[in-house]
Write a protein that binds this ligand. Structure first.
Ligand code: AMP
Length: 215
């Protein structure tokens, strides 16, 4: 899943994972779990996450390589938030080639910067189950609590306006070029996420997956 911060790639990746029974690998979630648990990796990546910068490519690639070697990934998986730079995309390609595997499909959720800023400042998540809400567009049923487990929702530290602007800058400069990288390989599909509900975007993704026959 490709897309800017707050484009909805996490929400969509979770839905795809559930619908097609695939492991959902989010590098952002992996880093946040380490941060929360105070592991050495968590301490190493904290400054990047807090400031909206990318974690260095070699470290990020190593984490993904370890994860996809696990048994549950043997039948495929959905990557959310990785790769996020050309060197990551190229390193990942080398890794897959060495395993005689490849990327089947890259789905890019496209949303305007203004909408991203609007969305992220209202984004909240459940610290227990990882559920994602938006106070304006997808509010929880009861106050500030998760619909599934009642846990109090929290705002991500990097969803503050200043950090959102920095993440957008990093996205345009470093991450956007990988859209062309997958475009050249003929495996890129772009879905407009602007002004669309998560349900509409997911319906379009299901159509793409059915049409390309990858799952
Ligand atoms: P996300 O949850 O995908 O928005 O990621 C949150 C933060 O984790 C990013 O702003 C980066 O600091 C870090 N991060 C996640 N994925 C990557 C990646 N593929 N490469 C480098 N840093 C990443």
């Amino acid at each position: 899943m490709l897309g800017g911060p707050g484009a909805g790639k996490g929400t969509q990746a979770k839905r795809i994972a559930e619908a097609y029974k695939l492991p959902h690998i989010s590098t952002g979630d992996i880093f946040r779990t380490h941060l929360r648990e105070g592991t050495p990796l968590g301490r190493q990546v904290q400054k990047y996450l807090d400031s909206g910068q990318l974690v260095p490519d070699p470290l990020t690639c190593e984490i993904v390589a370890d994860r996809i070697r696990q048994a549950d990934c043997a039948g495929g998986y959905i990557l959310d938030g990785f790769p996020r730079s050309l060197p990551q995309a190229e390193e990942f390609q080398r890794l897959l080639t060495s395993r005689r595997e490849g990327v089947d499909l890259a789905i890019n959720v496209d949303v305007t910067d203004d909408e991203i800023i609007n969305r992220l400042s209202a984004r909240r998540s459940c610290p227990k189950c990882g559920g994602i809400y938006n106070l304006k567009f997808n509010p929880p049923k009861k106050g500030g609590a998760c619909d599934l487990d009642g846990e109090t929702l929290i705002q991500r530290k990097d969803d503050k306006e200043e950090t959102i602007r920095e993440r957008l800058r990093v996205y345009h400069e470093t991450t956007e070029p990988i859209i062309a990288y997958y475009g050249k390989q003929g495996i890129l599909k772009t879905v407009s996420g602007s002004g669309a509900t998560p349900e509409t975007v997911f319906a379009k993704i299901e159509e793409i997956i059915a049409a390309t026959g990858v799952a």
